[in-house]
Write a protein that binds this ligand. Sequence first.
Ligand SMILES: *[C@@H]1O[C@H](CO)[C@@H](O)[C@H](O)[C@H]1NC(C)=O
Ligand SMILES: *[C@@H]1O[C@H](CO)[C@@H](O)[C@H](O)[C@H]1NC(C)=O
Ligand SMILES: *[C@@H]1O[C@H](CO)[C@@H](O)[C@H](O)[C@H]1NC(C)=O
Ligand SMILES: *[C@@H]1O[C@H](CO)[C@@H](O)[C@H](O)[C@H]1NC(C)=O
Ligand SMILES: *[C@@H]1O[C@H](CO)[C@@H](O)[C@H](O)[C@H]1NC(C)=O
Ligand SMILES: *[C@@H]1O[C@H](CO)[C@@H](O)[C@H](O)[C@H]1NC(C)=O
Ligand SMILES: *[C@@H]1O[C@H](CO)[C@@H](O)[C@H](O)[C@H]1NC(C)=O
Ligand SMILES: *[C@@H]1O[C@H](CO)[C@@H](O)[C@H](O)[C@H]1NC(C)=O
Ligand SMILES: CC(=O)N[C@H]1CO[C@H](CO)[C@@H](O)[C@@H]1O
Length: 294
Amino acid sequence: MYLVLIIFLFICPINAIILSQVYRSAVYHTNSSCARLSNVTLAGDASIQSCIWECAHQDQCRTAVYFHENRTCLLYTEDCQSGNVTSSESDRASVICYRRNQGSHTECSLRDWKNTGTMSVARYRHTASILSNGKVLVTGGYNGVSLNSAELYDLSTGNWTTTGTMSVARHAHTASILSNGKVLVTGGWTGTVSLNSAELYDPSSGNWTTTGNMSVARYYHTVSILSNGKVLVTGGQTGSVSLNSAELYDPSTGNWTTTGTMSVARYWHTALILSNKTVLVTGGCCSINTAELY
Ligand SMILES: *[C@@H]1O[C@H](CO)[C@@H](O)[C@H](O)[C@H]1NC(C)=O
Ligand SMILES: *[C@@H]1O[C@H](CO)[C@@H](O)[C@H](O)[C@H]1NC(C)=O
Ligand SMILES: *[C@@H]1O[C@H](CO)[C@@H](O)[C@H](O)[C@H]1NC(C)=O
Ligand SMILES: *[C@@H]1O[C@H](CO)[C@@H](O)[C@H](O)[C@H]1NC(C)=O
Ligand SMILES: *[C@@H]1O[C@H](CO)[C@@H](O)[C@H](O)[C@H]1NC(C)=O
Ligand SMILES: *[C@@H]1O[C@H](CO)[C@@H](O)[C@H](O)[C@H]1NC(C)=O
Ligand SMILES: *[C@@H]1O[C@H](CO)[C@@H](O)[C@H](O)[C@H]1NC(C)=O
Ligand SMILES: *[C@@H]1O[C@H](CO)[C@@H](O)[C@H](O)[C@H]1NC(C)=O
Ligand SMILES: CC(=O)N[C@H]1CO[C@H](CO)[C@@H](O)[C@@H]1O
């Protein structure tokens, strides 16, 4: 039986958050699906201190379990003394219990779904972007008509407020955060025509300004912010025609230039920036299994 009670007190120096106790060896299970925060396999020379550090730096962590054999650190939202984290009495492990200060106390149920503020307008095929100030900007979309409105979500209150209106109603468009903090909205569909226009949202004023037009009107396209700050737009549809063209936006001039075309016309495809800074484009409508690099 492993239930040896090893009690030692550990005062965490970080942010004065925590008093913790490490108290026994066993494998621990939790019976609520929301309770597991993450598991981290620590580097070869890592110790239990690294597991404590991981828990200390996750706001919701209240229990950490460190497996000595494989140096795996599991983090839970549940209080280890609640009875919801239970022992299976097998492998050698240490359980770290955190008692967080008042105010940082969180319940497992935070991981469930709950309602928050309601937008002023119902919308789909809209965009949502996290601004550098932490607020969320939602733009355009469709709800029977194409929308030009935009709203801001304030996570500290859970409320939405309307903000500046785009010059054009659009859905199936894109929104991207530029390195200067502004939001670039491109293209889209009005319901009757595809759009070549682009607009910039300034979070500090809540205003929109138009910027250069793309050379091609497009919707269902992709946008990637390149490491040099320029913005790559690929493919999409114009009217009912699928596009293989790509264009670059320069935020310093507000102008677009065309760049190399893809080998295949694509819409509803994906574009990702790889760790070596090339752009990987995959698939697209319809039945395209090819991928290409920019
Ligand atoms: C580490 O060991 C524990 C106990 O044997 C096991 O439950 C866990 O799955 C292991 N983790 C990994 C990542 O292998
Ligand atoms: C145990 O988990 C259940 C469901 O997640 C929760 O309702 C209950 O409050 C938890 N018990 C304690 C003592 O935390
Ligand atoms: C889950 O934890 C609660 C609270 O400790 C307990 O009452 C319940 O029986 C547990 N459920 C299962 C399936 O272990
Ligand atoms: C958020 O909205 C609710 C409901 O309209 C209101 O009662 C509350 O005062 C608002 N909070 C803030 C901080 O505006
Ligand atoms: C920009 O925002 C400011 C402050 O919110 C407002 O006074 C001004 O009228 C706006 N300008 C435009 C062009 O919308
Ligand atoms: C962008 O295109 C629209 C029509 O699609 C036109 O009205 C507008 O003047 C153009 N803007 C610029 C900056 O060229
Ligand atoms: C941007 O485009 C405008 C209008 O086509 C042009 O007058 C201007 O010279 C361009 N700026 C740059 C830096 O290319
Ligand atoms: C990045 O990775 C791709 C895929 O392996 C490769 O084709 C490309 O040459 C790489 N680019 C650079 C700059 O290393
Ligand atoms: C023990 C455990 O839960 N391991 C999981 C850690 O996370 C990886 C990836 O999320 C899972 O594949 C492991 O099963």
